[in-house]
Design a protein around this ligand. Structure first.
Ligand code: SAH
Length: 212
C-alpha cells in the first residue's frame, strides 16, 4: 500500500464519517467528494492533514473550509448536472473542484492574485477544464458569465452584494454567510423566485474568513 492508497482510504473514511454520517444526502455531493483529491489542494506540508475534520490554513492567511461545510453548502445549492455556477472565494480551489465534478460550468473568483494563480494551476493539473478561475472582487460577481443557476460565497460579509442577486437566474439559489462583522455569520439561502422576488431562508450558524 503506497501513499496514494492511504489518501484514498482517508478520503473514503472522511466522506463516510464526516459527511454522510452527519446527514448530507445528495448523492452528487457525496460522489464528488469521494473523487476530489483534497491533498492536491492544500500546501504540500499539510498533505497529511488533508482529511481532518477541520479547516486548514492556506497561503495569504486564508483557509480551506472544513470538508463538512463544503458539503453542506454545495448540497444547499441543489445543483444539477447542467447547472452553471459561480463561486466567490476560490481559496485553494478545492470547493471549485468539487463543484466541477457536479455541475456543467463553474466560474470562481478570488481577490488574492497568488491564490487565484495557484488554484488555477492545481485545477488545470487535475483536469478540471470546466472550472474557470478569475482574479478580482467577487462582490461584483461575474457579469459577463451571468446568469447563474447557483452562486456560493465562501467568505462572510455584513450584507448580500446586490450584484450577486442580480446575476441569479430565475429559480437560481445563492448560498452566503452573512453576519455582523465580528466573525460569526448565519448561512443564508436566497432563491430568486421571479424577476424581482427573492425568498430568504436561514440555514445554520457558521464562521468564515471575512469577505473583503
Ligand atoms: N472555497 C475555498 C475556501 C476559501 S476561503 C476553498 O475551497 O479553499 C475564502 C476566500 O475568499 C479567501 O481565499 C479570500 O481571499 C476570498 N475572498 C474574500 N473576499 C473576497 C472577494 N470580495 N472577492 C473574491 N474573493 C474573496
Amino acid at each position: 500500500m503506497g501513499a496514494i492508497d492511504s489518501f484514498e482510504d482517508q478520503r473514503r473514511r472522511m466522506v463516510d464519517r464526516q459527511i454522510a454520517a452527519r446527514g448530507i444526502k445528495s448523492q452528487a455531493v457525496l460522489d464528488a467528494m469521494r473523487k476530489v483529491r483534497r491533498e492536491d489542494f492544500v500546501p504540500l506540508y499539510l498533505g497529511k492533514h488533508a482529511y481532518e475534520d477541520a479547516p486548514l490554513p492556506i497561503e495569504e492567511g486564508q483557509t480551506i473550509s472544513q470538508p463538512y461545510i463544503v458539503a453542506y453548502m454545495l448540497e444547499a445549492l441543489r445543483l444539477k448536472p447542467d447547472s452553471r455556477v459561480l463561486e466567490v472565494g476560490t481559496g485553494s480551489g478545492y470547493a471549485a473542484a468539487v463543484l466541477g465534478e457536479i455541475a456543467r460550468d463553474v466560474f470562481t473568483i478570488e481577490r488574492h492574485e497568488l491564490l487565484a494563480r495557484t488554484a488555477a494551476e492545481r485545477l488545470r493539473r487535475s483536469g478540471y477544464r470546466n472550472v474557470h478561475v478569475r482574479h478580482g472582487d467577487g462582490t461584483y460577481g461575474c457579469a459577463d458569465a451571468a446568469p447563474f443557476d447557483a452562486i456560493v460565497v465562501a467568505a462572510g460579509g455584513t450584507e448580500v452584494p446586490a450584484a450577486l442577486k442580480d446575476q441569479l437566474a430565475i429559480g437560481g439559489r445563492l448560498v452566503i454567510p452573512v453576519g455582523d462583522g465580528a466573525g460569526q455569520q448565519e448561512l443564508l439561502r436566497i432563491t430568486r423566485e421571479s424577476r424581482d422576488r427573492y425568498r430568504e431562508e436561514k440555514l445554520c450558524d457558521v464562521r468564515f474568513v471575512p469577505l473583503v
